[in-house]
Write a protein that binds this ligand. Sequence first.
Ligand code: UDP
Length: 236
Amino acid sequence: MSSVVYKRVVLKISGEALAGNKGFGIDFDTVNRIADEIKEVKEMGVQIGLVVGGGNIWRGREGIGMDRTTADHMGMLATVINALALQDALEQRGVPTRVQTAIEMRAIAEPYIRRRAIRHLEKGRVVIFAAGTGNPFFSTDTAASLRAAEIDAEVILLAKKVDGVYDKDPNKYKDAVKFKELSYLDVLNKGLGVMDSTATSLCMDNKIPIIVFDLTTYGNIKKVVTGKDIGTIVKE
Ligand code: UDP
């Protein structure tokens, strides 16, 4: 059996990834498949902090004509819905979890407390970080970078529907070329749609590598944590 190369990771799952082929809302077959995969990797001894997006339900920038802060609050609440779906699927598989929210809602989940989150990870619980950073005008990619820095994660696993970063959209252009490795500055200067610039800069300043990979193929999370050369790595 291959051994793990990362002991503590932040796995960022976009809301879109939870919608499966439906494009909107939660596709439970997809959520269950992701939960199976997370269970497998957790049982290999990897400490996993999950950051979930909300774009399958609501994105702040979709609220045209709305007050942006209110629209972003709706987006952060959407991430909590996704977090609870993932928590349920994981716990049904016997994986102990805690959801921690960046905006307090104590009847539903714990508030985000860094030291407590680390303790949960050490005890083998999957910690699901919900409600983004708790601030409007940010993204869940930035939340992933922030939490990774705070909990000393070795890497951010950025789960996407494509198998890495390309020079142009591989769904539109047949001659799109995939990068194996990129620097943070490449991502920023070339405007490659890996993460938004706030999230990328935070990773750059804190030297947190980002591995972009395809979550739609079963077994890929395991491949990434065992150091298999899939996807695109963004580092210094
Ligand atoms: N959001 C926010 N602050 C944060 C994280 C998220 O205001 O720190 C809001 C924002 O409106 C965003 C929505 O939550 O559009 C959903 O998050 P995101 O778009 O990052 O989800 P994803 O694209 O990963 O599904």
